[in-house]
Design a protein around this ligand. Structure first.
Ligand code: FAD
Length: 317
């Protein structure tokens, strides 16, 4: 019996969320008193997983799986789970896993809990804490199927380093033509920028910035902090910024450690997408702006005066 962790990689490399899944899965395996097995698709070097408590890695190397393909990945993970006799399968709550987990749930006849933010409350019954209503509330979900699937919210658990080594075992699942009925292509964007999904820090601008020509100071702050840039919905609707930067209820979710909102009022639909950010800072010239109620730190003032000064200070660190 084991806990199975699906460790995502991109172009063969792991990301922070991958190690977070490993750390979390190790704790769950300890709670259950079972082994932990990780599964990777075309990962280059899996030894680093040892630092996060993984001892055994099923390494799938298959050119047909170079691009994410939900059907094929779900079939491969099902076979891995059956081989290991896994009772709990853990994935990161990434965009890809949101497609993958429900399919895997059908394959394994397993209950699936998404948006999980903590270790299970208990093993018998198996109860997990999840966010609900776009991160405004928590609920506790009991999963009573034999096999259980957990979608771990990004940045909810953090990394836990241990001492250990990961040994890799090649694993070749039997995949059929049906698994490849959907042809998935990947498109590379010509950008070296940090993505909102992976960023530790996100600097975001709203309509208070008056126009796209004023984003230089936002980009400068993002460069200094190694942050991703984001924006409110109207900003992307007006074409001031690309739609890929729109965050909120109808945009991308943010789960960074720090979210800095400049000239954003803090409408409920905006806050719905950024609630999971750990620390929120707002810069707004209206002391009545709703964002101040949601923020951990606030500066009341003109963004055009404050942001350049802040950038100068940040450069000193
Ligand atoms: P505004 O509301 O115009 O606020 C601008 C702010 O800038 C004000 O608070 C103002 O005081 C401040 N300001 C002005 N000048 C300065 C200055 N010089 N210095 C500092 N501050 C200044 N919105 C999202 O963002 N994401 C979503 O996903 C989203 N989904 C939606 C879904 C639905 C169904 C609906 C109906 C709406 C949605 N919205 C969403 C829109 C949302 O309701 C707000 O209209 C939007 O978030 C407001 O954007 P904003 O804060 O940039 O602009």
């Amino acid at each position: 019996m084991s806990v199975l962790a699906y460790i995502e990689s991109e172009e063969g490399k792991f990301k922070k969320a991958s190690y977070e899944v490993a750390s979390y899965a190790r704790e769950v395996a300890n709670m259950m008193g079972t082994d932990l097995t990780a599964v990777t698709f075309n990962a280059e070097d899996v030894s680093e997983l040892g630092k996060y408590g993984v001892n055994k890695v099923l390494k799938i190397s298959n050119d047909k799986l170079a691009n994410f393909n939900a059907e094929a990945y779900a079939d491969a993970l099902k076979q891995a789970a059956e081989k290991e006799g896994s009772k709990v399968v853990i994935l990161s709550q990434s965009a890809n896993s949101k497609y993958l987990a429900p399919l895997l749930s059908v394959h394994l006849e397993a209950g699936y809990a998404s948006n999980v933010v903590a270790l299970p409350e208990g093993i018998e019954p198996f109860t997990v804490k999840r966010t609900a209503f776009t991160n405004k509330a928590f609920n506790f979900t009991k999963i009573d199927t034999d096999v259980k699937i957990i979608g771990l919210s990004k940045n909810a658990f953090g990394l836990k380093e241990t001492e250990g080594e990961a040994t890799a075992e090649d694993f070749s699942p039997n995949l059929s033509e049906e698994d490849f009925s959907v042809n998935v292509e990947s498109v590379d964007k010509a950008t070296n920028k940090v993505t909102i999904a992976d960023a530790e820090v996100v600097v975001s601008g709203g309509r208070g910035l008056k126009g796209p020509e004023n984003w230089g100071m936002i980009e400068e702050m993002a460069d200094i902090l190694g942050a991703a840039t984001a924006c409110s919905k109207p900003v992307s609707d007006m074409g001031w910024r690309p739609h890929s930067e729109h965050v909120g209820q109808t945009g991308k979710p943010v789960a960074s450690n720090l979210y800095i909102a400049v000239g954003i009022s803090g409408a409920i639909q905006h806050l719905a997408g950024i609630n999971a950010a750990k620390t929120k800072v707002v810069i707004n010239n209206d002391p009545e702006a709703p964002f101040f109620k949601a923020a951990d730190y606030g500066v009341v003032g003109d963004a055009f005066e404050i942001v350049p000064k802040l950038n100068e200070k940040l450069k000193e660190f």
